[in-house]
Design a binder for this molecule. Structure first.
Ligand code: ADP
Ligand code: MG
Length: 313
């Protein structure tokens, strides 16, 4: 609640100029004949003396002005707040309360802020489970997503496995992950969506930028209540990204039983053999791949998603 005393003072100055006598009378008439004003004075008659009602003229005038400006859409001043009459120190004063529209906008913003994203395509930001195409090849993924959400939101602290979504390009894997994040956000659960190749690029760029920025970013990803790792396997990974970044994230999330989702063009088996086991230099490291896969298996259950390619339609 804010008080806009300046406007009140300016009005007073204006109204007090006695050369405005005639129009002053007219304004007073308008003020005291106003339905809202009459109603307010009636309701609070016992708390108000005649002198107080007179002294409150400028506040009442301010109230009427602001209210009518809002109605006509000419509201330049204190946008998002609506005037209300109130008794303060035995006089009538105008106070300003946030409008319903502004409260709703603020609430929408809070919900949006529950999802942090790195490399999430613009057209996927507002993905909704309600809009998800329900073809046979996708329904399993959708049901598993809904199942996760209801179990996660209704269990106090038990671990819920996420989903490892595999399927070819354009079937809606990223869409579904974003839709899950948005639904959780709506229910006040914080999550993070990281397009893994973009995230890897970001982490590399943070090296040497000082201030612990790699560690800070890694911490944010490690600890977020629900994590979506999108498009894992799309780019070849350096050993550093695989072991010091991905490995650390998965290890932490497994130890702390934090739900984690994945999407990939690869099945789990393919990811292990064709992606994780071979580093960017071409070295073959099957044991490292196995360790990582154990964590992924722990964190998420594999679901295959099919259907038409939905891109560029
Ligand atoms: P993938 O990640 O599997 O490659 P995307 O999630 O990027 O596929 O989906 C490809 C395109 O199709 C996107 O532009 C997305 O907006 C659209 N899309 C995919 N699935 C759906 C869906 N179920 N409902 C609405 N739009 C979808
Ligand atoms: Mg995708």
């Amino acid at each position: 609640m804010i008080r806009l005393e300046n406007l009140g003072k300016n009005m007073k100055k204006m109204l007090n100029k006695s050369n405005l006598n005639n129009s002053y009378q007219q304004i007073l008439q308008k003020v005291y004949n106003d339905e809202d004003v009459k109603k307010f004075i009636n309701e609070h008659r016992s708390e108000l003396t005649d002198v107080a009602i007179k002294k409150s003229a400028s506040s009442l005038y301010e109230f009427i002005n602001k209210r009518d400006n809002m109605k006509n859409g000419r509201d330049q001043y204190a946008k998002g707040y609506e005037p209300r009459l109130e008794i303060n120190n035995h006089l009538i004063e105008v106070t300003y309360q946030p409008t319903q529209a502004m409260l709703q906008a603020a609430q929408q913003q809070t919900i949006k802020n529950n999802v942090q994203a790195i490399g999430l395509a613009k057209n996927l930001k507002d993905a909704k489970l309600d809009d998800f195409y329900q073809e046979n090849e996708r329904i399993d993924a959708l049901n598993n997503a809904l199942n996760f959400i209801s179990k996660y939101e209704n269990s106090s602290n038990g671990f819920e496995q996420g989903i490892y979504l595999s399927g070819s390009f354009g079937v809606g894997k990223s869409y579904l992950l974003s839709a899950i994040a948005n639904k959780l956000a709506n229910d006040n659960v914080k999550s993070m969506f990281i397009h893994f190749p973009s995230f890897a690029t970001k982490m590399k760029s943070l090296i040497g930028s000082g201030n612990n920025s790699v560690a800070d970013e890694l911490d944010r990803v490690k600890t977020v209540p629900v994590l979506m790792i999108d498009d894992i396997g799309a780019d070849s990974m350096s050993t550093w990204i695989r072991d010091e970044i991905l490995g650390v994230i998965l290890e932490y999330r497994m130890q702390n039983q934090l739900p984690t989702f994945f999407s990939s063009n690869f099945s789990m088996e393919q990811l292990e053999e064709e992606h994780l086991a071979v580093n960017a230099k071409g070295d073959y490291e099957p044991l490292k791949a196995k360790r990582l896969m154990e964590r992924i298996h722990f964190l998420a259950r594999p679901i295959e998603m099919g259907g038409e390619n939905r891109r560029n339609r």
